[in-house]
Design a protein around this ligand. Structure first.
Ligand code: GTP
Ligand code: MG
Length: 457
């Protein structure tokens, strides 16, 4: 364990005027600093751990009182960082909180770097790396699903799952090593293969869930496209639940991109309405069409809309050509109209294997189905939130390498190669798993992770 010598301090609350601000101090000298700056009826050195006390903050040099505060001492190891921590709850004025911080710094603390409190919690073994990463995810969560997931990881669910895999794998590695050392005394165990297969399956399940985790955290960008007048803006309005985009029966109504976020089952969907795609001489409209084409490339999913009463015309063919190969949802709109000229077989031909939804935005039919289909499309078979524990590219990459290593070990065993070959792969797998929890991760990676944090966390 790393010994962290100096005592750090920062304002832990947001910058600005507020009812209270919290100044956080952590490190060996935190109680000593508290004794210097805080005057209470009971001197801070005699404070009970985790109990709030009234006190005054004093600037000793100037002989001046700064504020009346509440303060708490949390003694090591039972604090967030695992060190002695003092938190001073002062009045939330900009100047007040900064004066209190200054007094603390003058008493011997050093200004904390971003994420340094959480980094200390990690280095002192209070949290593993996946838990520390979850802290920032929790702070940044924009939707309910992301918040729930971050909380679960903060509680250590990813850590536990990975540790279970590590334990099982370590057992198999130890048995293999024993066999190599004493081939006469230990039997070659067919269970190894089965054990490896189970570990691999569990790893793959976690990997599948990475998609869901990413969607929950970053949101899914859904771009609505189609030829003019098919009802894109009407659909967009229905999905966001507000009549915001202009809807008229004049083709070419929408000229610009409009983007809005809604949350479906806790997952943020960023919906983009676009200009109807067609060849046009109107300069403004043409810019809009170019923007629509550009946006198509940046979306995670495309909803392509057709008009059931108009059928598939020349302009629709341009659209069909444009969206080929993309992650798609097909919506046939205006199914309420009497005249239905669209040919279902033709649609199936163009979009074989794609999800096709028959809708009437006007009558509100198909809207919920579209929302569900968007989620299903993006999350694939991993609709189960409990499996969405992998939360960033770093973890995903490590897990991918772990699963690949298991595959290679299996292949080596299958081909009857010497056990040492499989062992090399398995040790690499173990190492990759350790990167997720932070046991085998480099100093640089740790630096990078915590640099993203806010000051005071
Ligand atoms: N009958 C019927 N009319 C609809 C339906 N959805 C939209 N419309 C009408 O179709 C016309 C065009 O709708 P918009 O939503 O503006 O179509 P758009 O695709 O955004 O059109 P552009 O922006 O011009 O590309 C409007 O008159 C809508 O009221 C529907 O489900 N049924
Ligand atoms: Mg429109």
């Amino acid at each position: 364990m790393k010994v962290l010598e100096d005592t750090i301090a920062a304002i832990a609350t947001a910058y600005g005027e507020a009812a209270i601000a919290v100044i956080r101090v952590s490190g060996k000298n935190a109680p000593g600093i508290a004794a210097q700056v805080l005057k209470g009826r009971k001197a801070p050195e005699y404070w009970e751990s985790h109990r709030l006390y009234r006190a005054e903050v004093w600037d000793r040099n100037a002989g001046e009182k700064i504020d009346d505060v509440m303060a708490v001492m949390m003694r090591e190891p039972g604090s967030y960082t695992g060190e002695d921590v003092v938190e001073i709850h002062c009045h939330g004025g900009l100047l007040v909180s900064q004066e209190v911080l200054r007094a603390v710094l003058r008493a011997g603390a050093r200004m904390a770097e971003p994420g340094e409190f959480t980094k200390r919690a990690f280095l002192n073994g209070k949290q593993d790396l996946s838990q520390a990463e979850a802290v920032i995810d929790l702070i940044r969560a924009r939707g309910d699903a992301a918040r729930r997931l971050a909380l679960r990881r903060m509680e250590g669910q990813l850590n536990q799952r990975v540790q279970a895999l590590q334990d099982d794998l370590t057992g198999i590695i130890a048995a293999m090593e024993a066999w190599i050392d004493f081939p006469e005394e230990v039997e070659v165990d067919e269970d190894w293969k089965e054990g490896l297969q189970e570990i691999k399956k569990a790893g793959e399940t976690l990997l599948d869930g990475a998609r869901g985790g990413r969607a929950a955290r970053e949101g899914i960008r859904v771009v609505i496209v189609g030829s003019p007048n098919v009802g894109k803006s009407s659909l967009w309005n229905a999905l966001i639940g507000e009549e915001r985009a202009i809807v008229t029966d004049i083709p070419g109504t929408t000229r610009d991109l409009i983007e809005e976020e809604v949350t479906v089952r806790g997952v943020p969907l960023r919906l983009v309405d676009t200009a109807g795609i067609r060849e046009t001489v109107d300069l403004v409209e043409r810019i809009g069409v170019d923007k629509a084409r550009e946006m198509l490339r940046r979306g995670d999913l495309t909803i392509v809309v057709f008009d059931a009463a108009a059928g598939i015309n020349r302009e629709d063919l341009i659209v069909i050509d444009l969206v080929r190969g993309m992650e798609l949802l097909v919506v046939i709109n205006k199914t309420d109209l009497e005249q239905q000229v669209i040919d279902e077989r033709q649609v199936l031909d163009y979009f074989s294997g794609e999800k096709i939804i028959w809708a009437s935005v006007k009558e509100g039919r198909g809207i919920d189905e579209i929302k569900e289909a968007v989620l299903h499309k993006v999350l694939g078979g991993t609709g189960d939130e409990n499996q969405w524990l992998i939360s960033n590219a770093r973890q995903e990459d490590a897990l991918e390498r772990a699963v690949a290593g298991l595959g290679e070990a299996q292949a080596a065993l299958g081909e009857g190669l010497p056990l040492e070959c499989a062992l090399v792969d398995l040790r690499e797998t173990l190492e990759a798993l350790g990167e997720i929890t932070g046991e085998t991760v480099s100093e640089q990676v740790i630096e990078r992770i915590f640099r993203d944090f806010c000051i005071g966390k």
